[in-house]
Design a protein around this ligand. Sequence first.
Ligand SMILES: Nc1ncnc2c1ncn2[C@@H]1O[C@H](COP(=O)(O)OP(=O)(O)OP(=O)(O)O)[C@@H](O)[C@H]1O
Ligand SMILES: [Mg+2]
Length: 1014
Amino acid sequence: MCTQEGFQAQRSRLVGLLVSGSLEGFESILDWLLSWEVLSWEDYESLSLLGQPLSLLARRLLDIVWSKGTWGCEQLIAAIQEAQADGKTPEQHGRWDPHSTHPAHELQSHRPAIIRRLYSHVEGVLGLAREQGFISQYECDGIRLPVFTSSQQARRLLDLATVKANGLAAFLLQHAQELPALMALPCEAAACRKYVSKLRTTIAAQSRFLSTYDGAENLCLEDIYTENVLEARMDNGPPGSPQKSPATLGLEELFHMHGQLNKDADTVLVVGEAGSGKSTLLQRLHLLWAAGRHFQEFLFVFPFSCRQLQHLAKPLSLRTLLFEHCCWPDVGQQDVFRVLLDRPDRVLLTFDGFDEFRFRFSDGERHCSPTDPTSVQNLLFNLLQGNLLKNARKVLTSRPEAVSALLRKYVCVELGLKGFSEEGIELYMRKHHREPGVADRLLRLLRATSALHGLCRLPVFAWIASRCHRELLQDGGGSLRTTTDMYLLILQHFLLHASPPDTAPHGLGPIVLRGRLPTLLHLGCLAFRGLGTCCYVFSGKQLQAAQVDAEDISLGFLAPAKSQGVPGTSAPLEFLHITFQCFFAALFLVLSADTPPTLLRHLFNCRRPGSSPLARLLPRLCVQGSECRESGLAALLQKAEPHNLQITAAFLAGLLSREHRDLLAECQASGKALLQRHACARWCLVRSLRQHFHSIPPAVSGEAKSLHAMPRFLWLVRSLYEMQEERLAREAVRGLSVGHLKLTFCGVGPPECTALAFVLRHLRRPVALQLDHNSVGDMGVEQLLPCLGVCKALYLRDNNISDRGICKLIEHALPCEQLQKLALFNNKLTDDCAHSMAKLLACKQNFLALRLGNNRFTAVGATVLAEGLRSNSSLQFLGFWGNRVGDEGAQALAEALGGHQSLKWLSLVGNNIGSMGAQALALMLERNVVLEELCLEENHLRDEGVGSLAEGLKRNSSLKVLKLSNNCITYFGAEALLQALERNDTILEVWLRGNAFSPEEMGELSRRDTRLLF
Ligand SMILES: Nc1ncnc2c1ncn2[C@@H]1O[C@H](COP(=O)(O)OP(=O)(O)OP(=O)(O)O)[C@@H](O)[C@H]1O
Ligand SMILES: [Mg+2]
């Protein structure tokens, strides 16, 4: 039994159910409802409007059946069940009367069965109906449109028969009776099964081994795959409510988050920086599917790499893309393709590395035909928009820089790939090093070298550290600080492995490097040209042009590109990872005798004094030989993907650092050229950063001057860090006179924290550092410690920080005179760090604000913290929103605050506080003479608690705002408040929204005292 009320209560679930499948599924539900006459023809027409979002149609359907009463609601539930079962059972013999005297009605009554019978014969039936004059060529073409699935075509034919009173209905009834019944479902037919099996085998083979490893080790993905932190940003609540923390997902839950951004889109976007593991995540997804372990809701999975797709120069159709560039059906191509088009909800397409696709996303050109060819970019963009293969799932991965607002319009969920957690790093190392003791030693070393540990959060760095474990363990790893250090380490590793055993056993000496200079230059030239032409996969011809020979290849930095995508080309090669390509490009710029030092200006996108914007855009006029060369190379740099240039520039800064410059000078003839390059890079960095500072708008009056940093700022800071020159860092920030440095949502992880601290600690004036909504974590907190001395406030909201990180932070904060505010909203803090907090309050008598909302504090933590409060006389703001301190915790805090001298604002919103807690807070109000705002929303105060608070208010003369929304308060409670307000004229507002008042009561209460707000 389903009552109308029950139905209404299930509405959102039903909408979810109706939109979760394809349009095809929705239409088959309509078939059943039409056949049972739940829907009238007019109803049906209003639900069959092409181009309307499915969610809108689903809601309209629910409204219609609801208006038909309980019966209508029950029938809808039954139709959903029928439609779900329909796809799974072989067809029963149709029992319609082929000679019915009311053929149109008979067609409608047996609509689901007739559609199924017509399913694989639409083309033939259309031909016959056309021949016999029942339909026109125009009508025929309208039904045949390739955007329709076979069932949709059959439906359109039946719809035509209903409105055309020319015998078409009778013809269809009779003809359908003669057609063979469909014994097996199309997707279970032999050709389809064969194809699926081939697809699985192909994908299993492609995804079994980790692709970017050189031939030296052969690692099964299964053995090495380590869970990567995947976060979905949640929808915000109503305005003003605190942002929810992002949800952490397992890979298996990739499709569990529905329509966070756009309910009608089918694309899941996974965003992560270079080397964060996007490709590996997809590879894992493919493997899990191919092995039948997960994602079995998909019958077909088609993996694509954008890097390779962009090489498809000729126009191609969807069919060509799937079959010729992914997996070819050996038999029944037509049937397999039909099934794909008919069941898009069973299809998953993955597109890896959208940032490497040289075409920017646009939605200007619509392409809906699955069989007509178009350009590869148009095909991809239309797939993502859902103009093609609507309802097929898509997963797109990209680095953040390539994600535009326009692309986001077509994305249902955006997930951030954050790299390994600390536990993840450990697990990864243990999986990689199973020999006894090695993983332990390596982990001990990583933990002792915090910059290196922070870098390993990024899987590609974890791989490098792991690959070079011997070298690391040998020299203690203490000298490794920068990304450049890491890449030089792996360079050394590869060079030494390729050298005869007796040469240079001790590290990357000049002899080894000099001996390999030609190889480095060849690879560097290839990498540099590749960046300039957005080319990451190299043909034999390109290798030849850069003089890369077999010996250079054997070094191991180039690996065969993944085979899918470009058939017919002979074994193209790619760098192990894009960061290696950037590294070699940087090496080329540093070592090549041909690169003029001034070229670096283009890399840092740095204007010369007096040069016009136009001059910056155009390659400079070739006046002299070197300028001519410069302009050619500069033109290449201007075409490169900006983010790749940034990575290259950071490597360049690292290579030109004093430490590495000497090494490079010894293997390169011209030390002078290196010095010139160094001077130019230095100049560019300082200048770029200064330009950035100058672009900051002046402070709004009454507020601190604020710098909202852009990713470019972070990149410059990282490049400065790579150079490792204290003096340069000091010089660079000399001009920075902001009071507030805002770096929210900037992808700040531990390595960025290391670089920020390196640079910011030279600030002359204290700054409020806002790092909300990043991935700082405990490792990042540790990296920030050196700049704590210049922070007057540290905002670390939503950063995955636990007790360990915060205890360390506080330990270092105690002697920091300047630090007065800490905001730690939305982290993983528990009672275990309360002692540190209490110590902070007790020791720092100039501390102003502590915000601990949405963590995991209970009464135990609150009680410990209360002790700190007793000995503190400076705190003005204390935020405890969304913890679980309960009555007991509230009591402890209230007791400590009775005589507090400075606290102006206290939030205990959403802390499970009842009347006992309220009593204690009321006593506190009686004694306290400074508190101005008390926030107690979302507790269980009820009338009893409010009664106590009202008593407290009678004797209080400091409180201005009391927030009591959502506390189950009734008129009686409000009455008590009114009485208190009569005697209290300090109070300005009492918030009472979301309590148990009728509209009339609210009206009356606010008339009696306008300070009561509803
Ligand atoms: N989950 C994982 N488990 C084990 N190793 C991983 C994992 N993710 C990544 N790696 C290692 O890190 C390397 C780089 O990862 P991957 O190529 O997937 O990064 P990416 O985000 O695709 O980078 P890019 O932006 O350059 O395409 C891989 O070759 C692999 O060795
Ligand atoms: Mg990748």
